[in-house]
Design a protein around this ligand. Structure first.
Ligand code: TYD
Length: 202
């Protein structure tokens, strides 16, 4: 089973991914976690380009770099792991490109959707947890850290990202919106319930 976590910067998705990782381990499931951009040697090199504040990267070049990192991750890690029966937990995947590059950078949701299919060879998550927080809260959390190139974009960019995630939610039945403005355990109990139902129904 392939599960992705999505959301605005600072939404807490990495914490929730970690909790799910530990939970699945406690059930003796085979599980791995990956992150985007990155997750492979090639991908981590691409990540350092993408997040570098000193580089001025053209929007289309930016999209293609994210997609290149994803293509490598799918072939090198995700496909083989799924084949061996692992749960794969991804910290961001294709929907990030749709929301950030397709929506917020105005490259077009359909265009990115099409290119995602090419990059992933049509491998997509079974479930996507979108940890939803307001732009206000995202900005508040981001202000406390040393921001990377994308995190420096600011309010109107994040508003467009969130709006695009909401558009995705309307069209995809496996896209689950989780209210991320609660305490960590309350959020995780929603995620756990969904996963338990999946495990039981198998
Ligand atoms: P990430 O490392 O997940 O940052 P954080 O842990 O702070 O959420 O992602 C880095 C940045 O890259 C983040 O601002 C979102 C952005 N991003 C895109 O714009 N497009 C993409 O396809 C992906 C995967 C990430």
């Amino acid at each position: 089973m392939f599960i992705a976590f999505e959301g605005l910067d600072g939404c807490g998705k990495s914490t929730q991914l970690e909790l799910l990782f530990n939970y699945l381990k406690s059930l003796n499931k085979k599980v791995i976690k990956v992150r985007e951009p990155g997750g492979t040697e090639v991908g981590e090199k691409i990540r350092s380009i993408l997040l570098n504040k000193d580089l001025n990267i053209n929007d289309r070049a930016e999209l293609l770099l994210f997609l290149a990192s994803r293509a490598q991750l799918v072939e090198e890690i995700i496909k083989p792991a799924l084949k061996c029966g692992y749960y794969v937990l991804a910290d961001r995947f294709a929907d990030s490109s749709i929301a950030y590059q397709g929506g917020a950078r105005n490259l077009g949701i359909e265009t990115v959707d099409f290119l995602n299919k090419f990059a992933t060879n049509n491998i997509f998550p079974d479930l996507v947890f979108f940890i939803d927080i307001s732009v206000e809260l995202a900005l508040k959390r981001l202000n406390m850290k040393n921001k990377d190139r994308l995190e420096k974009e600011g309010r109107s960019f994040l508003e467009k990202v969130r709006k695009s995630y909401m558009e995705i939610a309307k069209t995809k039945s496996n896209f689950i919106i989780i209210n991320g403005e609660r305490n960590v355990n309350e959020i995780f109990s929603d995620i756990k319930r969904t996963i338990d139902n999946h495990i039981i129904s198998k």
